[in-house]
Design a protein around this ligand. Structure first.
Ligand SMILES: [Cu+2]
Length: 369
């Protein structure tokens, strides 16, 4: 028997604690659910933008998918100007790794909080049902680990994030502690008519807003550790104006040598998450052929979108088949955030150019009149 008592729930603290006070005592019994007959597989999680090996169509019945996350407290450079930030993350990547399962599967997570850490951490899976998304059952102090199993009953893309209580919730999320889960329909993705949709590759793009304090001269401050910078960071957070909005943890994480790639004719699934703010992904030079803007794979995808909307606290998916070679820019079409704050990636596409789709009829020449 696994008991979560009232004291544990109240330990969630602050704003959530107040809401939880009315929550009846939760009792979860491991023996109530007999999953002993289900096959178990380990999913090797990988750092985004890459996604774990997976089947698009489930070839057999439901299974238990074992995954492991470690809460990471460290410091890293977040732009090309040498700005340093004390970050919090899952498995050291921002965003945390994408997990993939099929509807009806179970995710069994082991969450580890190394003794060298200073904060309590937990995880709220938006795809799961109950106990604050698992947050009430996964709070671990430094030196502890916990195991949580939840059933994937909703097909779609969903975020997960740390939610250790009160003001620590936004602090941990905007320090990098968020990621996503993709729950595929067992028979795979479909268009509005029920025809199968498949992808040749998938990228997971996690958008992250950072709030770095500045000194009196306007320079970003490099704090010794999370604790030293915390009060100042809360002041910047309170402005609701991020200093950085980036894809995959830092300015330029998905450009240059780290650009996304594809070939002409390939269909690419872009999974985009934003745990805290709204965003509007746009692919310059392309489109969203099929877009699950709100992330639900139960809903038919919208077709032929120019820009789509990711609500803060959600993940969505867009499928596009590249028809031209060249460099595409994948960004949030708030162009100030994209260009000045860092919210853009590139996609380099190899292959033939289709002059029917576009051609330069006359190159730049001197004006004649
Ligand atoms: Cu945390």
């Amino acid at each position: 028997m696994l008991h979560v008592n009232r004291r544990d729930v109240l330990k969630m603290g602050g704003a959530l604690g107040a809401a939880s006070a009315a929550t009846p005592v939760m009792v979860a019994s491991a023996s109530d659910a007999d999953v002993s007959g289900l096959p178990r597989v380990k999913q090797e999680l990988v750092a985004p933008p890459f996604v774990p090996a997976h089947e698009q169509v489930a070839t057999d019945g439901p299974k238990i998918i074992e995954v492991e996350l470690t809460a990471t407290e460290d410091k890293r450079e977040i732009d090309d100007d040498g700005t340093m930030l004390n970050t919090l993350s899952f498995n050291g990547s921002i965003p945390g790794p994408l997990m993939i399962c099929h509807e009806g599967d179970y995710i069994e997570l082991t969450l580890k909080n190394p003794e060298s850490n200073v904060f309590e951490h937990n995880i709220d899976f938006h795809a799961s049902t109950g106990a604050l998304g698992g947050g009430a059952l996964t709070l671990v102090s430094p030196g502890e680990q916990v195991k949580l199993r939840w059933k994937a009953t909703k097909a779609g893309t969903y975020i997960y994030h740390c939610a250790p209580g009160g003001s620590m919730i936004p602090f941990h999320v905007v320090s990098g502690m968020n990621g996503a889960v993709m729950v595929l329909p067992r028979d795979g993705l479909k268009d509005r008519h029920g025809n199968p949709l498949r992808y040749d590759r998938a990228y997971y793009i996690g958008e992250q807003d950072f709030y770095v304090p500045r000194d009196a001269d306007g320079n970003f401050i490099d704090y010794a550790d999370h604790g030293e910078g915390m009060a100042d960071m809360f002041d910047v957070m309170q402005t609701l104006t991020p200093t950085h909005v980036v894809l995959n943890g830092r300015v330029g994480a998905l450009t240059g040598d780290n650009t996304l790639t594809a070939n002409v004719g390939e269909s690419v699934l872009f999974i985009h998450s934003q745990a805290n703010r709204d965003s509007r992904p746009h692919l310059i030079g392309g489109h969203g052929d099929y877009v699950w803007e709100q992330g639900s794979f139960v809903d038919p995808p919208a077709e032929g979108l120019e820009t789509w909307f990711i609500r803060g606290g959600s993940a969505g998916a867009a499928l596009y088949t590249f028809l031209q070679s060249g460099v595409y820019v994948y960004l949030s079409h708030n162009l100030i955030e994209a260009v000045q704050l860092g919210c853009l990636a590139t996609v380099v596409v190899e292959g033939e150019w289709d002059h029917d789709l576009m051609t330069q009829v006359q190159p730049p020449t001197m004006m004649t009149a």
